[in-house]
Design a protein around this ligand. Structure first.
Ligand SMILES: Nc1ncnc2c1ncn2[C@@H]1O[C@H](COP(=O)(O)OP(=O)(O)O)[C@@H](O)[C@H]1O
Ligand SMILES: [Mg+2]
Length: 301
């Protein structure tokens, strides 16, 4: 398995990433010293103009592309120094990836497309069957399982892609403009499913989007320009919103998280929830709490 990093690193962390593409004599610098940190359980939007390096960043995080320089940690694993075999394991088990295009094999049914990553992970037949049915239920496509991609709508295809991306229960989901080709309404449904994956299943989600209203639904928005993150904002901190109200929003969220933790602890004490679920949710909430405390700190409180 891939080497675990020490815990000083953020859950997902990029340090000074540089990516240079060479096409003959022409050099394109897609990333120019990009750094970012994401906590476990966060849902992050990445926004930026076409050609600013969004896809390149996602492909490096997902172990598809190697950075020219810099370091990458994903879900605590050292991606920078991973061997090719370890990168395959990362892609199969740790990271789910929804690409800008070509997510599904056109000759396979929805069922088979979702089953494919589990075949690669050598899951047994009955596990696969149970899981495929469960996943297609989650994305509301149980009645479409024997349809091939060209017999499905754009929105349905993206829902199959989500099901396939989370088939092996990855900890991190990378989505490259998952609503890019969809109308607003269908796009909203897709985003709803991604929120579900984030909130209910506790997956850390990083989503590239052009749509400001979709970005605003995420925990934080990373703006990328010319291969660098140029700003990180909480979605409610619109430019026109003053610093005072931002403090209120962060404080309010922190209170909400504290309440959630208290409620969770009470449920666990009274034996209302499974200990495994408790531990996972407790960790996620603690990470979120830390994040908002850091934000408070940044705001000078
Ligand atoms: N495989 C590649 N070969 C050469 N240049 C590339 C390659 N992939 C991306 N680029 C270039 O890197 C820059 C960033 O591309 P990309 O990450 O796809 O941007 P975005 O997803 O933000 O539109 C662009 O100038 C693009 O042309
Ligand atoms: Mg792109």
């Amino acid at each position: 398995m891939i080497m675990m990093m020490n815990n000083e690193k953020a859950y997902i962390q990029a340090d000074d990433l540089v990516k240079v593409f060479r096409l003959g004599n022409v050099e394109v610098q897609a990333l120019r010293g990009l750094s970012m940190r994401v906590s476990k359980g966060e849902m992050i939007a990445i926004v930026g103009a076409s050609g600013s390096g969004k896809t390149t960043l996602l492909n490096i995080l997902g172990g598809i592309t190697r950075a020219t320089a810099g370091n990458t940690v994903v879900a605590g694993y050292d991606v920078t120094n991973a061997s090719p075999t370890q990168l395959v394991a990362l892609r199969r088990e740790i990271v789910g990836h929804i690409f800008q295009e070509l997510n599904l094999l056109s000759t396979l049914t929805a069922y088979e497309n979702v089953e494919l990553p589990m075949l690669a992970a050598k899951k047994d037949g009955s596990t696969r069957k149970r899981r495929v049915e469960e996943l297609l239920n989650i994305v509301g496509l149980a009645d479409r399982m024997h349809h091939k991609p060209d017999e499905l709508s754009g929105g349905e295809r993206q829902r199959v892609a989500i099901a396939a991306a989370i088939a092996n229960d990855p900890m991190v989901l990378l989505c490259d403009e998952p609503t890019g080709d969809l109308d607003t309404e269908t796009g909203a449904i897709i985003v709803e499913y991604l929120h579900k994956v984030n909130k209910e299943f506790g997956k850390t989600v990083i989503m590239v989007t052009h749509d400001p209203s979709i970005a605003r639904q995420c925990d934080r928005i990373f703006r990328i320009r010319d291969g660098q993150i140029i700003s990180v904002q909480a979605p409610t901190s619109d430019q026109e919103m003053g610093a005072g109200s931002r403090v209120d929003v962060v404080r309010e969220r922190l209170e909400e998280i504290k309440k959630e933790i208290k409620r969770l602890d009470e449920e666990a004490q009274s034996g209302q929830i499974d200990l495994g679920i408790f531990a996972a949710q407790r960790t996620r909430l603690a990470d979120k709490k830390k994040l908002f405390e850091e934000e408070m700190h940044r705001l000078g409180l």
